[in-house]
Design a protein around this ligand. Sequence first.
Ligand code: SF4
Length: 424
Amino acid sequence: MNTRREIKSLGLLSVLDEEPPSTKLSVPGMARERKCRNVDVTTVNNDKTKAFRSKYFPEVTDQDWDDWHWQIKNRIRTHMRIREILKLAPEEMILLNSERAKLPAGITPYYMSLLQADDANHPLRRCVIPTVHELQCGPGEADDPLGEEGDSPVPGIVHRYPDRALLLVLDFCSTYCRYCTRSRVVGHGDIKPTTERLERAIDYIRATPQIRDVVVSGGDPLMLANSKLDWLLSRLRAIPHVEIIRIGTKVTTVLPQRINPALVRVLRRYHPLWMSLHFIHPEECTPEAYRACALLANAGIPLGSQTVLLKGINDNVETMKELMHHLLKMRVRPYYLYQCDPITGSAHFRTSVEKGLEIIQGLRGHTSGYGVPTYVIDAPGGGGKIPLMPEYVAGREGDDLILRNYQGELFRYPDPAGKKKTPC
Ligand code: SF4
């Protein structure tokens, strides 16, 4: 889709009108906000980004670079543009030249600045640059492995767990992840956040009193204009049985410029509002990402992280520990570590389950408990998330339970009450 039409269809241009990235602002309080934003952001550009900007966007002002609308409008999407910036490997060139890729390519200039230009195995690069491996369908893979379509009573709602519902508001993301679970629907421009469509989904939530927790996702829901987001959140908050609203987003990682005081002012009206942020590698934890998380945390929004375990990208204890430590410093509680879902063409991203267990074992006891996410498999076919833990119960001897600690040492715990329940 044409970028300008795409942006217009999402209502982003109306936000440009509301909050123009210029000095014309005359809304009380906004001038101060604008100034704060500029000072904040320009002082936190990381070194890689600075070098990238001076090479590829030398004329772009700080004000434009720090404007999320500018980042969206200047996303890097075509083979030719990607090739100007990265030295492509043969397996990358083949798919970039192909019409057969299910998920489009789209990368914000900011996230592109974090990629290694001459290394096709660079972890962040592997997440966003398509490769020929996406065309191979491995055993057990499917376009909708989690069976979301089967749990969708109305368009835009996935209702799997009795008290929670997933609201998919649009199919647009600023940057597309090649391992995306929803690559069957994301990025095609078919799911638009029209009022009519959203009203239907909200009606379903309103008519279903057992739903106490709504996860607003997509695509990336923070690609909505502030006014649309405000409208959506106010409608959800007006439903008496909706206790918690959660937003799932990747903008803190790929478009931290989206987190600005104007957005935070909208979000903080709808507490209790939680956010799940998507980080996969320590190199994403830039000063820009730190700043974005600080703005959200300072607004009282509890932050959790969702990380997908990815082969050759973050599948070792050191990388994962470094990421978890960054998240804790950013006031983001590591929440889930996902085994990569068996979506079509994802085999090159998937590790064994043993690898995931090994990583959890390497974290538990070796760092603070807050830094250990729950490792889960989202069961194919719609079974929901199933947690996986290394085995810490070594057995039972008489009245004692035999436990293994993080160093592999065995300890006895008196547990006569459990004797009948766990015979061994
Ligand atoms: S940001 Fe989320 S929805 Fe968008 S492509 Fe990445 S994983 Fe998929």
